[in-house]
Design a protein around this ligand. Structure first.
Ligand code: 2AM
Ligand code: CA
Ligand code: CA
Ligand code: CA
Length: 264
């Protein structure tokens, strides 16, 4: 597939995600197999693994020559962003999935030669797919096209945050929270990004792997929200980044807080 029919591809990916959701819901109330990855706070379940295998199988059928990067390792070993690269997070917010059976997402981002083209974040329990990107010229929440969120200053809105960063005051997160209207912690990068897309929070800061931010970066940029490292640089989509998501104004306010500290 040299140049895909992006609109058709988007429709096909949404169908794939909906079938993935049916399987996840069917398995969700059976006994989960839960394993620790790097620590007791970093979990993976049989549902994460099964859904990644299912989604990657569907992606292979849709786009046989593409590379696929999956969090749980069922894709390819991706070392370059040349060509088309699909980045998959089968369950984002595994801790929420295990403890709450709620507030988790499935995410897929499609990059072409390093440029984000289509992103998908599926809020599974609310059954809302956030889909879009440059390839289709907008972002939709199911059938409703989203407007760009208001370009709020940091002082005028809520800031999403990963708990460990704020608890340990990494990269001045406590000063950033103090300067905002308040902090919110949802425990899933995908759910955090949905709040930013809807203008319910004005940003989000977290240490993230490519699959945590691949889809979100595409959707956010399409609505004019900035995605960078905490010091304002572009993300490296092949490694972990300390990610700053923010409205244009809030990004400027946050970068000023970072720069004002000479100890950085
Ligand atoms: P995951 O559930 O797909 O692993 C939790 O704060 C958010 O950060 C989730 O989106 C989670 O994605 C992500 N995350 C990234 N690295 C993590 C880690 N080492 N442990 C727990 N969550 C992590
Ligand atoms: Ca994980
Ligand atoms: Ca994730
Ligand atoms: Ca995951």
């Amino acid at each position: 597939m040299a140049q895909p029919d992006w609109q058709q591809l988007s429709t096909d990916v949404i169908s794939l995600l909906k079938e993935g959701r049916r399987q996840v819901l069917a398995k969700m109330h059976q006994t989960l197999t839960v394993d620790e990855k790097t620590s007791r706070k970093d979990l993976v379940t049989n549902v994460d693994k099964g859904n990644e295998q299912f989604l990657i199988g569907g992606i292979r059928a849709l786009d046989p020559d593409a590379q696929v990067l999956g969090e749980e390792g069922f894709g390819d070993t991706v070392t370059s962003l040349t060509g088309r690269v699909w980045i998959v997070d089968p369950i984002d917010g595994t801790m929420n999935f295990v403890k709450q059976r709620d507030h988790f997402a499935m995410m897929i981002g499609i990059y072409q030669d390093g440029v984000g083209q289509l992103g998908f974040i599926y809020d599974v329990m609310n059954d809302v797919v956030y889909a879009g990107g440059p390839a289709v010229g907008g972002v939709w929440a199911n059938d409703r096209q989203l407007n760009a969120p208001a370009n709020l200053a940091l002082a005028d809105g809520l800031m999403g945050m990963s708990a460990p960063l704020a608890l340990h005051d990494v990269a001045h997160t406590q000063a950033i929270v103090e300067a905002s209207s308040g902090m919110r912690v949802y425990g899933s990068a995908g759910i955090e990004i949905i709040h930013v897309l809807l203008g319910k929070t004005l940003g989000y800061i977290s240490q993230l792997k490519p699959w945590d931010i691949a889809a979100g970066q595409i959707l956010l940029n399409t609505l004019g929200v900035r995605v960078s490292t905490i010091d304002g640089q572009p993300l490296d989509m092949l490694s972990s980044n300390l990610v700053l998501v923010a409205t244009e104004q809030a990004q400027r306010d946050i970068l000023r807080i970072e720069e004002d500290d000479v100890s950085l």
